[in-house]
Design a binder for this molecule. Structure first.
Ligand code: FES
Ligand code: FE2
Length: 401
């Protein structure tokens, strides 16, 4: 696809709406039962029928740049091990020894030449093959070829690592990422650099994620931090279940030197790609990517994962920079990471826990999403579409109109 052409089209649309301080509204206000945030049965369905069905963005490629680099994490109850193999291929495995299921490494990042199980020392290569069984003579017969780590479909695309948490699923990433995946390649994240990571805890994962999908709350909840620089209007652009949030508020202060508003008056052929990409990118079902220019050009990737119970979630903030920040830029990049951790950890997530308590009273019948919160309506529509479909229905069928 013509990535630049598409981005120019969106930037022109944002500039038009900036001029009028209006947005395209959703057709109507949407209400949803408040128990979508508290129902344990629905929570279990989400883990099984959404998080184990669609491709999930689990890492940036630059978190695992070298052969032997690994990242272990638990996603919706599934222990996952991402490993870059000898020839550079990124693979994803169930982090579970084939002998009796012990994780080969605890949730962490690191570097290894092989993985040795901490229970009885079976060893596995970076490609997941079983390489050694301790006391093999005494153990008995074992077919090594049948006892490699169980692999998930995985692929690197747009400098990001995508995994389907279903060992039986077809490795079909195209249909899910579509045009949105192509636009993300504009960042060229494969050549960026990992800077920092923060882990935060919050209420139900949808409450934590909802806060990434509206700008309506920014000048209110975030009035003492970044709210006044952005304003409360978001223009939403939809790509299947994914979406992009464009900034179209006349903010009190200009946000950045390189945001979309700065393009006004320049011929579109001269608009820099990095400015065209500026804004917020939402990868369904649980990732938000936001751009900034502190400490050089950077992004924050926020992954919101369901926790162990319906009222718990984990937000992982990963900071990447186009160039490794050095000297004064390093201090500025660190301050930016701290700032964004403060905003989410001290402003958004405590509020999500207050909402959770309110819903758990059982007395709040429904929640509402306004015509200015179309992205939230879009997210909840797609979520419902995946969760209410029988498990056997493929992502391709669910994405079709
Ligand atoms: S469980 Fe891994 S070697 Fe026994
Ligand atoms: Fe917020």
């Amino acid at each position: 696809m013509d990535i630049r052409g598409k981005l120019v089209e969106e930037a022109q649309d944002m500039l038009e709406h900036l001029a009028t301080a209006r947005i395209r509204q959703a057709p109507s206000v949407l209400t949803m039962p408040a128990d979508i945030y508290t129902d344990p049965a629905l929570f279990q369905q989400e883990r099984m029928k959404l998080f184990r069905r669609v491709p999930l963005m689990l890492a940036a490629s630059c978190e695992l740049p070298a052969s032997g680099d690994y990242k272990a994490m638990t996603v919706a109850g599934v222990p996952v091990l991402l490993v870059r193999g000898k020839e550079g291929t990124l693979r994803a495995f169930l982090n579970s020894c084939r002998h009796r299921g012990v994780p080969l490494t605890k949730d962490s990042c690191g570097h290894a030449t092989r993985f040795t199980c901490p229970y009885h020392a079976w060893t596995y290569g970076l490609d997941g093959t079983l390489r050694g069984v301790a006391a093999r003579q005494e153990y008995g017969d074992i077919a090594f070829a049948d006892n490699g780590l169980l692999a998930f479909p995985a692929e690197e695309r747009a400098g990001l690592v995508w995994v389907i948490l279903d060992t039986q699923a077809a490795a079909d990433f195209d249909v899910f990422l579509g045009e949105f995946g192509s636009l993300l390649t504009g960042f060229d994240l494969g050549s960026w650099h990992y800077f920092d990571r923060r882990v935060l805890h919050g209420a139900n994962w949808k409450l934590a994620f909802d806060a990434h999908l509206d700008f309506y709350h920014l000048p209110v909840l975030h009035r003492n931090t970044f709210g006044p620089t952005i304003g409360n209007l978001a223009q939403y652009y939809y790509y299947g279940p994914h979406q992009r949030l464009g900034l179209v508020s006349k903010a009190e202060h200009k946000l950045e030197q390189d945001d979309i508003a700065g393009l006004a008056g320049m011929p579109s052929e001269t608009w820099p790609l990095k400015t065209l990409l500026f804004g917020e990118w939402i990868v369904f079902p649980n990732v938000s990517i936001n751009c900034f220019y502190k400490g050089g050009r950077g992004i924050i990737i926020s992954q919101i994962f369901p926790g162990e119970r319906v009222g718990e979630s984990i937000t992982v903030q990963t900071f990447l920079h186009e160039k490794p920040p050095e000297g004064a830029q390093r201090a500025e990049a660190t301050a930016m990471a701290q700032f964004l951790t403060h905003v989410v950890g001290e402003e958004d997530l405590p509020l999500s826990m207050d909402q959770q308590r309110s819903f758990e009273s059982g007395l709040m019948p429904y929640v509402q999403f306004g015509r200015n919160e179309g992205g939230l309506q879009h997210f909840h529509y797609w979520l419902d579409r995946f969760v209410s479909a029988p498990a056997g229905i493929s992502t391709a069928v669910l994405l079709a109109d």
